[in-house]
Ligand binder design. Structure first.
Ligand code: ATP
Length: 239
């Protein structure tokens, strides 16, 4: 059903200065699903996410959220409609407390109205953040900082939560924790669009996934279809 699709991207083209990076990217994200984009370094995954969120100049193509063409809207208006990205590298305010960082996420009018309620929900998802509410974010472990970054994204009340490489730079056991959290978010009914370099784990938790190469989507399918695809196995899973 068409209204099952919460986010649709059509013919996205983008780049930096004179260098074109995306060459007609098409993708769809189903409501309440976990959709992943995988691909090698430099394939254009982050550029795709930034283009969807309105963070780059001179993007061509169409971005449709809940049936509305938002391609011409500035980033903050996209956030207000529920397109919320947790960037690679987390970008927390290290000198501010966990609570202050979380509150920063609720900056739109829509989110501010429900801020206290949403905070309680975030604390039930991440009890550790409640324990550390008054600690400076910069003093937390990498995994905890990633929880703050995701929690801050949730404070904006996303229709689609976009996560760019949430496991990057984390120790292996923390990577597993973050993947569990992402699965939990999906189980809570959230819609998640994930970019992930850990192809094995990324596909294992995905409902649907896209493989990106040289600025194009070259393959798509359910997580298990792609995990069992001989080309994906050879190129991305080292099998
Ligand atoms: P990675 O996992 O390394 O982040 P990616 O698939 O997300 O890879 P992008 O970050 O989207 O890839 O990069 C795609 C291409 O765009 C690369 O060739 C990269 O060098 C180039 N690029 C990315 N950011 C910039 C920038 N700010 N200025 C110029 N070129 C850039």
């Amino acid at each position: 059903m068409a209204n099952d699709i919460v986010l649709e991207v059509k013919n996205l083209e983008a780049g930096y200065d004179d260098v074109q990076v995306l060459w007609g990217v098409n993708l769809k994200v189903r409501r309440h699903s976990l959709t992943t984009i995988i691909g090698a370094n430099g394939a254009g995954k982050t550029t795709t996410l930034k283009s969807i969120c309105g963070l780059l100049k001179n993007v061509r193509g169409t971005v449709i959220l809940n049936g509305e063409d938002i391609s011409a809207l500035p980033t903050h208006k996209r956030v207000d409609r529920g397109l919320v990205m947790v960037p690679e590298g987390r970008w927390l305010f290290p000198e501010m407390t966990v609570l202050e960082n979380l509150r920063m996420g609720a900056f739109t009018k829509r989110a501010r109205a429900k801020r206290d309620e949403t905070l309680e929900w975030v604390y039930t998802l991440f009890p550790r953040l409640k324990e550390r509410a008054n600690q400076k974010a910069g003093t937390l472990s990498g995994g905890e900082q990633q929880m703050v970054a995701i929690g801050r994204g949730l404070m904006a009340l996303p229709e689609v939560l976009i996560l760019d490489e949430p496991s990057l730079g984390l120790a292996p056991n923390l990577v597993l924790d973050i993947f569990k959290i992402i699965q939990e978010l999906k189980n809570e009914g959230l819609t998640v669009l994930l970019v992930e370099q850990n192809v094995h784990l990324g596909l294992a938790i995905s409902d649907y996934a896209y493989v990106m190469e040289n600025g194009k989507i070259i393959m798509e399918g359910t997580g298990s279809e792609l995990e069992n695809d001989p080309k994906v196995k050879e190129a991305y899973l080292g099998l």
